[in-house]
Ligand binder design. Structure first.
Ligand code: PMP
Length: 371
């Protein structure tokens, strides 16, 4: 069997539409800021991509600021906003590390933002306030009550930012209806190239740029644009409107049912809450996260212990901690994230490998305690 990839939340494969657009764009040469014919040809491709991203979010093209990814988009909004930031305890590190003085709203045991506490924090924060809460969590897949969060923030006159990285293409969110002021997205989670993302802005709210220089991206983000990345993002975004997840959700649900039948003590995180259709995060008693990730890797399956970490080390999840997951389960979590190419055969293979490890771990345990 070929290697199995079950880590789509970390990065998705390049979509054939993005690949075709990039291959075509490789023929171009020039800097989009140059006024000659070559430069203008690149500019025209960039603006076409900007138009498509704007259309997806039903905003004006001038509201789309291309960045190097969602990490930069998140830093741009959090560091560039002047005022108090209220975020949640389960945000991506690119939000949490960008402002250590931000108020952090708690989540319940299923990973949903505590709206009562959010309201308290909004009351405490006088003056200009930004509520920054993700649409769906990258580790557990838990979907946040975005419409309620936005309504609440508006009642207190706060602005809203949404890290929509994991939700784009997986949830049918109505951006025209929701209308947050700022949205972060990342290309490589939806089949575009790595190293490209965007921040959708409300041009009426002042924002200080992070990177200054030549004044590209309407002065919000200087530096020669990553034209190939932008073109790949423009090419795939339209496709995100029409993706179907029913079959994938069925595979994910089957996976969870089969695992819980084999091991009733297995703990699925966030499962009673609404979750992304492709994500399963669970802890198996007795099986350490890093042992599992290494075992699966040796058996040809790529999965993750939670969020992908730059050091390659598995660290304890701040998301599960915020959900008050007790210590043994914290060290036993595994995230399986499916994508459009995931097959039933791959899920069968995953379960077989999981069961081998489970049986081995538990017979070793029994031997050790002399049972
Ligand atoms: N936010 C979330 C929710 C994410 O899952 C990620 C990627 N793991 C990021 C932000 C950062 O995205 P990028 O890789 O484009 O910097």
């Amino acid at each position: 069997m070929q290697r199995v990839y079950l880590d789509y939340n970390a990065s998705a494969p390049i979509h054939p539409i993005a690949q075709a657009a990039v291959v075509e764009a490789l023929r171009t040469v020039g800097n989009a800021s140059s006024i000659h014919t070559h430069g203008r040809a690149v500019r025209s491709l960039l603006e076409e991509a900007r138009f498509k991203v704007a259309e997806f979010f039903t905003v004006k093209p001038a509201q789309v600021i291309f960045t190097s990814g969602a990490t930069e988009a998140n830093n741009l909004i959090i560091k560039g906003f002047s005022g108090q930031v209220i975020t949640s305890a389960i945000e991506h590190d690119s939000i949490l590390e960008a402002d250590k003085a931000a108020f952090r709203c708690a989540v319940d045991g299923h990973g949903r933002v505590d709206l009562l506490q959010l309201e308290e924090l909004l009351k405490q924060s006088g003056g200009s306030t930004l509520v920054s809460i993700m649409a769906a969590n990258n580790e557990t897949g838990v979907v946040q009550p975005l419409a309620d969060i936005i309504t609440l923030a508006r009642q207190y006159g706060a602005q809203v930012h949404c890290d929509a990285v994991q939700a784009i293409g997986k949830l049918p969110l109505d951006w025209k209806e929701l209308k947050p002021d700022f949205i972060s997205i990342s290309g490589h989670k939806i089949g575009a190239l790595q190293g490209i993302g965007a921040l959708i802005i409300n041009e009426h709210i002042p924002l200080t740029p992070l990177i200054r220089g030549g004044g590209q991206e309407r002065y919000f983000r200087s530096g020669t644009e990553n034209s190939l990345g932008i073109i790949s993002l423009g090419a795939v975004i339209e496709n995100c409107k029409t993706q179907h997840w029913v079959a994938i959700q069925k595979l994910r649900d089957t996976l969870e049912q089969r695992l819980t039948t084999l091991c009733p003590e297995l703990k699925i995180f966030g499962s009673p809450a609404e979750r992304l259709p492709n994500t399963s995060c669970f802890a198996t008693p007795g099986m350490a996260s890093n042992t599992q990730v290494m075992h699966f890797d040796l058996m040809g399956i790529s999965v993750s212990a939670g969020s992908a970490c730059s050091s390659g080390k598995v660290k304890v999840s701040h998301v599960l901690k915020a959900m008050n997951v007790p210590a043994p389960s914290l060290q036993q979590s595994l995230r399986v994230s499916l994508g459009h190419s995931t097959t039933e055969r791959e899920i069968d293979h995953f379960i077989k490998v999981w069961q081998d490890l489970y049986d081995r771990t538990h017979s070793n345990l029994k031997e050790r305690i002399g049972a």
